[in-house]
Design a protein around this ligand. Structure first.
Ligand SMILES: Nc1nonc1C(=O)N[C@H]1C[C@@H]1c1ccc(S(N)(=O)=O)cc1
Length: 250
């Protein structure tokens, strides 16, 4: 039986996660129980009449923080609910930048609790006491941690064996780790006078594989050359890239 990914999410807006549980690959993963997602809402752990979940920051200034007591109770409940000693992750702009290598690293954990912040974030002492790792999906400021949590869950779900059908996994395989993807084409054969590259119509699968690999290497060189510095290219890849560069008209 494939190892399922168990995720507990702490969020004030649990319904947002329907964006991954109700659609596409991640919906199928949930249906196949390869991805199990449960939410815990700090508001359910309040005891006052107004069900308060925010609190004022010491030192004054604009904005609010997530109130400590309901947040910690929700985190504790999520850890208990997910079980198996989950890795607890807080999504924030202050976290480590997520990339595919980070996704592969996080794939080692079969159970996770993701804490989605709202307002200006959470008390630093909660981060120190309850959070194992802080991750960011990019250097931009969002209104909450829910979309970052869904981005992380989507990327992690695709790493679970069985989630990507053969068709998709073939696509993943053709996308050499660390390179940008090659261009893709579908019908019609001629669009606005532009024809599909003839190699893709040739039926020669190895030529097609080489073309796609060369395009991925060339695109990476042109658009994100820094990604190439960390890659150990094979002889074939180096040859294909050199050929691309030689043919490229600056
Ligand atoms: N990028 C991200 N990757 O993961 N989370 C990300 C994110 O933007 N979360 C935002 C909700 C949190 C936040 C924190 C602080 C401020 S503030 N006080 O600076 O205006 C605004 C928003």
């Amino acid at each position: 039986m494939a190892q399922a990914l168990q995720v507990g999410v702490v969020s004030l807006f649990p319904d947002m996660f329907q964006a991954i549980t109700e659609y596409g690959v991640t919906r199928r993963a949930v249906e196949q129980q390869l991805l199990q997602l449960h939410t815990w809402n700090p508001r359910d752990f309040t005891h006052d009449k107004h069900r308060t979940v925010d609190d004022r920051p010491y030192g004054g200034g604009p904005g609010m923080l997530m109130m400590v007591e309901p947040l910690r109770a929700a985190i504790a409940a999520a850890k208990e609910g997910v079980g198996d000693n989950p890795r607890v992750i807080y999504l924030s702009p202050q976290g480590k930048k997520l990339d595919q290598q980070g996704v592969q690293y996080l794939s080692q954990f079969s159970s996770l609790v993701l804490v989605a912040g709202r307002y200006e974030g959470i008390d630093e002492r909660v981060i120190e006491a309850d959070i194992d790792e802080e991750w960011s999906i990019g250097d931009f400021v969002l209104s909450g941690g829910e979309l970052p949590a869904m981005v992380m869950i989507d990327a992690l779900a695709r790493q679970v064996p069985g989630v990507l059908g053969h068709q998709d996994s073939a696509a993943e395989d053709s996308f050499v780790a660390g390179l940008l993807d090659c261009p893709h084409y579908t019908r019609p054969e001629t669009l606005d006078g532009k024809k599909v590259p003839s190699v893709l119509l040739s039926g020669n699968h190895d030529k097609i594989r080489q073309w796609r690999l060369q395009q991925a290497l060339g695109r990476t060189w042109l658009r994100r050359p820094e990604l190439l510095t960390d890659l150990a290219l094979t002889d074939e890849q180096q040859r294909l890239l050199d050929e691309f560069k030689a043919n490229y008209q600056l």
